[in-house]
Design a protein around this ligand. Structure first.
Ligand code: PAF
Length: 282
């Protein structure tokens, strides 16, 4: 396994690989790797000749400075974990200066309106930061395929829009959410949960599953009201939003239409840790 900190070095390795007609898969991460990330890496290894994993806590996508400061950074453990998957991975661990060319600011994007829904309402500037770093990584790595988890379903939709609007020649591969045995969606933030919150957090997925079971018999408004009441009554978890939305436009569903695919999306605070999850409804 090779760790690279300079984009100039990475670019020249990739150029050499491409000249040999090798395909390149990219798994962008912010580190604090868990089995969800490793499953993306395994899939990328199956589908490409070479896999690049980037590990970079991207400052421009954090709207809350405290969240950025507290984001877990576990580079040595991450490298050990990646080495258990394959010793051929190229790991790109840049500084902000390297990846941003000394200009650590976001570009502004139009993501076809997707950026105004859900996370976009609560995390101003977040998706501009995600778009900026992912576009930069695509320019540096020029991957044939790039892998993203469906836990960040809105991010995945936004990256598909980025690629389409900027004609970036990369196939975006969305991968299913991996869950702890308790049902809690795997997330780098889970390691920061205090024991009582870690014990409470599986309630999020339990609630999503019950909401799914109600879909088809109750209206979107009734289900949303039910979820809001469940969290009102919860002693530890604070609901930020629950939305039933069109899985393509991410607009909140008013009336259910049998031709449309819907998903339920949720964001919850467990103490100061913000957790998100989602589930397919039909
Ligand atoms: O999902 C993440 O970990 C990040 O948003 C990403 C895609 C690596 C960009 O920093």
């Amino acid at each position: 396994m090779k760790t690279i900190t300079q984009k100039s070095e990475l670019k020249s390795i990739i150029e050499d690989l491409k000249s040999q007609n090798k395909t390149v898969g990219l798994v962008p991460t912010m580190g604090a790797l868990h089995d969800g990330h490793l499953s993306l890496v395994s899939r990328a290894l199956q589908e490409n000749d070479v896999v690049v994993v980037s590990i970079f806590v991207n400052p421009t996508q954090f709207n809350n400075p405290e969240d950025l400061e507290k984001y877990p950074r576990t580079l040595n453990i991450d490298l050990e974990l990646l080495a258990t998957v394959s010793d051929t991975i190229l790991v790109y661990t840049p500084s902000a200066e390297d990846v941003y060319d000394n200009n650590v600011v976001s570009e502004h994007f139009d993501f076809d309106g997707l950026e105004h829904q859900m996370e976009g309402k609560f995390r101003p500037g977040h998706f501009d930061g995600v778009g900026t770093i992912v576009k930069r990584l695509f320019e540096i790595v020029t991957p044939d395929r790039a892998y993203f988890g469906e836990k960040d379903f809105q991010q995945l939709a936004i990256i598909r829009s980025l690629v389409k609007n900027h004609n970036i020649p990369v196939a975006i591969v969305g991968c299913e959410i991996l869950r702890e045995p308790s049902g809690l969606a795997m997330s780098s933030r889970n390691v920061r949960l205090k024991p009582e919150y870690a014990e409470a957090a599986p309630f999020i997925y339990e609630t999503l599953k019950t909401a799914k079971s109600q879909f088809g018999t109750k209206s979107a408004i009734e289900i949303t009201q039910w979820v809001e009441n469940e969290f009102e009554a919860h002693p530890l978890l604070k609901l930020e939003y629950f939305t039933i939305a069109d899985a393509d436009t991410l607009e909140t569903a008013r009336n259910i239409n049998t031709q449309t695919t819907y998903r339920a999306f949720i964001a919850v605070f467990a103490d100061d840790i913000r957790l998100i999850d989602n589930i397919a409804l039909n």
